[in-house]
Design a protein around this ligand. Structure first.
Ligand code: B12
Ligand code: SF4
Length: 444
């Protein structure tokens, strides 16, 4: 890339939380934007503050990895924000040191525009700190903030993090046009080995890649933000997704690929099934993972067999709860009978209890320990392990007002209190101690 092209810096800020693990985590949206900008001819740089393996300068970090590329993140205990003071857990900044971030910035050619992403609403301290340091390093450069937190809480993001602009929603052609208007149109770059791919070249090591075959979700579950983040369900062309996977994994030597789709199995006949056939024909020796839960009702024998044959390994199924009343509140997406059918199809296809886990949603307003225990037992009865997903209340969702009413935390005023670790809507029933007891049952 010519150095005379305008330079755009992409930043993924630190995670600030009680716990975080690299479960095939990458800021995929930001990397997709980086790919578009690179293909338009801009010089693009990336600093992923969460990735200490690739972005530390003075404090090298080699994560111990599972065979599937996941692993621990480097963490530094930091002072707990006052509102979290009573939580008896260490609060940490995950990723590179503040000094190393400044060192990285000092080594860069001064950027003409900085794009900062954001994921969880309760990770905003990392976003705020990153923007403060960026501002100090490059006082003249505009800083734009986008991503999930910026979309869900644009006003908070503007006041608390002080970017020059908050840009909610997906990255659009309009935003690209604006960037070109401000920075000037760079001369078209020559086709390169990276063209058409997300900005994966921003990383030095690639233990895994992530991919999305669709954006958004056609369902409207009352606790979920998918429709707010991506108002339309858009499916990508199968060839494009298959090429992205085969080219990306070959180029970067990655063997593991995580699907980030919210609705991977929706419209499977037109998208996922042909995609799987395409991957099978390509004969790639890859392992695929679905850390984001998949829809149980939509699992069929054909899909299970194709998934197994094409290398799917880690599967997460979204059961959420076994009580029909709760299932109805979650959008009537599945029943226990369908869960049994899906499990049979998966077992027949060769998946094992080692690789399947079942998400149960816990800590919702009004949920009781009896409800949770019953769900856990039903899952265990079938020989598979539940994975408890603690409810994180999300602004703008249908459950939000109720969550604010029942929670002892000031959810509306302070996004730090959306943290799932707090079980902000669990009440006296669903507490950390109670869940620890259940986790013990699951583990034994
Ligand atoms: C994959 C995923 C996971 C994965 C990995 C997450 C990761 N990347 O680290 C796993 C399965 C581990 C996970 C776990 C959890 N997750 Co999650 N996850 C997601 C998912 C599907 C994608 C997240 C992501 O990385 N997106 C990257 C974003 C930023 O990319 P994007 O949105 O495609 O980007 C576009 C735009 O945002 C924009 N954009 C992005 N950046 C920028 C920057 C600029 C400048 C501009 C202009 C535009 C722009 O352009 C992009 C392209 O169009 C989202 C739902 C979703 N559809 O986004 C939930 C989501 C983020 N998760 C959520 C939750 C609740 C959780 C859990 C707490 C669930 C639980 N109870 O266990 C845990 C907590 C994890 C933790 N503490 O580490 C909530 C967030 C709630 C909140 N309060 O913020 C979400 C929104 C889902 C929901 N239920 O509605 N998650
Ligand atoms: S919870 Fe899952 S199915 Fe429901 S709207 Fe969100 S992504 Fe879609």
């Amino acid at each position: 890339m010519k150095h005379s092209s305008p330079h755009i810096l992409l930043v993924n800020p630190w995670i600030t939380d009680f716990a975080a693990y690299n479960l095939w985590s990458r800021p995929l949206g930001l990397l997709e934007i980086g790919g578009i900008l690179r293909d338009t001819g801009f010089q693009v740089s990336l600093i992923d503050c969460v990735d200490a393996e690739n972005f530390s300068v003075t404090e090298p970090f080699s994560p111990r990895l599972t065979p599937y590329g996941t692993g621990k993140l480097r963490r530094t205990p930091i002072e707990k924000p006052e509102i979290l003071a009573s939580v008896p857990r260490r609060y940490c900044r995950y990723g590179i040191s503040i000094d190393d971030f400044s060192r990285r910035l000092a080594a860069l050619r001064s950027p003409d525009l900085i794009l900062v992403t954001s994921i969880m609403t309760y990770w905003y301290p990392g976003v705020r700190d990153a923007i403060m340091i960026l501002r100090r390093a490059f006082p003249q450069t505009p800083i734009w903030l986008g991503g999930n937190y910026a979309t869900l809480l644009p006003r908070h993001a503007l006041t608390a993090c002080k970017p020059d602009r908050v840009i909610p929603g997906p990255f659009t052609r309009e935003t690209l046009r604006e960037i070109i208007k401000i920075l000037g149109r760079p001369s078209s770059p020559a086709e390169s080995e990276f063209s058409g791919l997300p900005f994966w070249e921003g990383y030095g090591t690639h233990h895994f890649l992530c991919v999305k075959s669709s954006h958004g979700c056609p369902f409207h579950c009352q606790y979920c933000a998918s429709n707010l983040l991506h108002p339309f369900f858009n499916e990508r062309a199968i060839d494009e997704v298959a090429r992205e996977i085969s080219r990306g994994t070959r180029l970067f030597g990655a063997r593991d690929v995580a699907f980030y789709d919210d609705a991977l199995l929706v419209n499977a006949r037109a998208r996922f099934i042909p995609l799987l056939r395409n991957l099978l024909e390509a004969g790639l020796s890859l392992r695929f993972h679905t850390p984001n839960g998949i829809h149980i009702r939509l699992m069929t024998t054909e899909i299970a067999e194709l998934m197994k044959a094409s290398g799917f390994h880690t599967l997460r199924l979204s059961l959420e709860a076994v009580q029909p009343a709760w299932q109805e509140r979650f959008g009537s997406k599945t029943t226990l009978k369908e869960f049994d059918q899906a499990l049979s199809a998966l077992f027949r296809a060769g998946f094992t209890t080692e690789t399947i886990k079942v998400y149960l949603l816990v800590g919702l307003p009004g949920q009781t320990m009896k409800d949770v225990l019953q769900s856990v037992r039903e899952v265990l009865k079938r020989g598979v392990k539940p994975s408890l997903a603690e409810y994180s209340p999300i602004p703008g969702t249908a459950f939000w007002e109720e969550a604010c009413r029942v929670s002892p935390y000031p959810l509306k005023e302070e996004p730090l209190t959306h943290n799932n670790t707090l079980l902000p809507c669990g009440g006296r029933e669903i507490t950390k101690t109670a869940l620890d007891g259940i986790k013990h049952i699951i583990a034994t």
